[in-house]
Design a protein around this ligand. Structure first.
Ligand SMILES: *Cc1c(COP(=O)(O)O)cnc(C)c1O
Length: 396
């Protein structure tokens, strides 16, 4: 193998030596609040299953029925023979839900973000991206020939400076792109201020609402609804892989001209397979359930509030906010080891959470990220907090 095997072995060892090795735990059950792990049964607090829909019987039934009615696979991209009536129905329904004229499906939100920037922005244009945006936005922006600008996370002074720089550079179009929710902190992007600045500089605004669609905002339409700026957002990208059933698939929702152009030019759409029929059918039901999930959203909010207050009572530092993502901080030099040890001890106690350390988060700001679901009960939340307390004692 021309010595390549040795090079790869060395590279793998470097990953291990740097403490960056990602070990995958196998679940032995469907995704749900109580899962089987190889360490035994555990309450799951690290899925993006925000509405608890991943194992919802109506979604499973719809997906199962779709196998009979629509078959297993499309064996085609959309523009050849990969579009069933249900694909178009789902696109219409999801656009309506998030408050945009039209939408277009992709195999994933990663692909949606991978496809949009090179279509909308060429060498005459500029893209201004939040420093903490998702990897798929970073990669998608790299594929575009536009001038690239980056602003400090949610820093509106810096965004203004970058907008000015893009204008001074003579950009034809300027596109500002941000995550709706920053997933390591659970912070929401300041959309009203971003929209104000974008208007002043005549820029488009795109929001990746993957950690919001279905449960943030009064009807779950996402961060634009939460902030009352739905009619000021030009483009939304999001996923069916989190709150909306959690299977797979993503979309871009925007005005018709943008969506039409993506259908003609977006490479991950043109050259990759259509979303599978059973997944489309399940996603349509997930969308309807999300629309109707007022009780679920209320439960998610009250479980979040309960978790925060119990954790603070127990003396833990939790980053402020109302999102279902809760960052339990383990600051300082010893934080990374402590967070990892506490997470391991918690799994042995039957509570599954994940520690995030450098380089995923800044050095000295290690944390355990807890993600609540509408399917969690008060008993689950209390069990989680108890496990934090016991694990902290065990590893101290
Ligand atoms: C999860 C996530 C994605 C990727 O979604 P997939 O549909 O799983 O590809 C993209 N952007 C953000 C902000 C995400 O959180």
């Amino acid at each position: 193998m021309y010595g390549i095997k040795d090079q790869l072995t060395e590279e793998l060892q470097e990953i291990r030596d740097a403490g960056l090795w990602k070990k995958e735990r196998e679940l032995t059950t469907p995704q749900r609040t109580g899962v089987g792990t190889q360490a035994g049964e555990a309450l799951n607090f690290c899925a993006n299953n925000y509405l608890g829909l991943a194992d919802h019987p109506e979604i499973i039934a719809a997906a199962r029925d779709a196998l009979d009615e629509w078959g297993f696979g499309m064996a085609s991209v959309r523009f050849i023979c990969g579009t069933q009536t249900q694909h178009t129905d789902l696109e219409r329904e999801v656009a309506e839900y998030v408050g945009q004229e039209a939408s277009i499906l992709f195999s994933s939100c990663f692909d949606a973000n991978g496809g949009i920037f090179e279509v909308l922005c060429g060498p005459e244009d500029a893209i201004i991206s939040d420093q903490l945006n998702h990897a798929s936005i970073i990669d998608g922006v790299r594929l575009s020939k536009a001038a690239r600008f980056r602003y400090q996370n949610a820093d509106m002074e810096d965004l203004r400076a970058q907008l000015q720089a893009a204008r001074d550079g003579g950009a034809r179009r300027i596109l500002v792109v941000t995550d709706g929710v920053f997933s390591m902190d659970g912070y929401l992007a300041p959309l009203p201020e971003i929209c104000d600045l974008a208007e002043e500089f005549e820029a488009l605004v795109m929001v990746d609402d993957s950690h919001a669609t279905g449960f943030i905002g009064a009807t779950g339409a996402g961060t634009p609804e939460h902030f009352g700026v739905q009619d000021r957002i030009d483009i939304i990208s999001s996923t069916f892989g989190k709150a909306l059933g959690g299977a797979s698939g993503g979309f871009i929702a925007a005005r018709t001209e943008i969506v039409d152009l993506l259908r003609q030019r977006a490479r991950p759409y043109l050259f990759s397979n259509s979303v599978a029929p059973s997944v489309v059918a399940g996603a349509r039901v997930a969308l309807r359930l999300a629309r109707e999930a007022d009780n679920g959203r209320a439960n998610l909010r009250s479980m979040s509030a309960l978790f925060r207050s119990l954790m603070e009572e127990a003396g833990f530092e939790v980053l402020p906010g109302e999102h279902a993502i809760h960052a339990v901080m383990f600051p300082g030099d010893d934080g990374a080891r402590l967070a990892a040890d506490v997470a391991d001890a918690m799994l042995a106690l039957g509570v599954y959470v994940i520690a995030f350390t450098f380089p995923v988060v800044p050095r000295g700001l290690a944390r355990i990220r807890v993600q609540l679901s509408a399917a969690h009960t008060e008993e689950d939340v209390r069990a989680c907090v108890d496990a934090f307390v016991t694990a902290r004692e065990q590893v101290a």
